[in-house]
Write a protein that binds this ligand. Sequence first.
Ligand SMILES: N[C@@H](CCC(=O)N[C@@H](CS)C(=O)NCC(=O)O)C(=O)O
Length: 233
Amino acid sequence: MANNMVHDESDVVCVDFWANLFGMRVLIALRELGVSFKYIEEDLCVRERSDLVLRMNPVHRMVPILIHHGRPICNSINILEYIDEVWGHRQETQVGGTRLLPIDPLHRAYARFWADFVDNKVFGTEMRLFKSKGEDEKEAAKEELIRQLKQLEGTLGDKNFFSGDEFGFLDIVIIPLSSMFRAYEQQGKFDLEAECPKLMRWEKQCKERESIKSTLPDEEEVYMMHKKWYGIE
Ligand SMILES: N[C@@H](CCC(=O)N[C@@H](CS)C(=O)NCC(=O)O)C(=O)O
């Protein structure tokens, strides 16, 4: 483990790339819980990963990486859980306490289920929508994406946030996707307001929060970067 130490003054460091939807989760969570941190940009437009990333995440060589007291924590969902465990205040009696995951074990399990759904289903469908060449293939990806967004909307229901009245873990997991909502509409030629009005209401509500305003980059720039990643422009 000694080799994994970062020689940096800061206790909490986040290594990320500005357009990385996974990394936005980490920045939002840190800001929600008022954790001060140092940010290090990893330029994903260059082919080689930095020495820091290779040392801190030798297994996946990916960002985001949270470095706490010199120790790396990798994978955004894992990082959110870590942030919650270290800085979230879990007092069951406290109303409006700052915790990310719900207290109730069943609701925690549901939140993790839907987070896994986003990472293992929605992102794959997004990639198909962007990369599909033929019209039929694109149409199928679009239909699938709408179906999945409706499934997310179904679990949101009429609640303000995914776990109820309080903004939390699943909101943080999903809100970076909204940086791509306009891109989905353009790529798939559909109207999200017509398809998922409750999800759109939730998006607006989330975007009133300081943590979100200060984290989500300009949508058009995120879209351009994704086009570059997907090799379509
Ligand atoms: N499951 C990971 C995914 C992170 C990920 O895919 N990161 C990509 C950027 S979107 C990355 O760092 N790629 C490095 C590379 O392509 O060299 C998480 O949730 O943190």
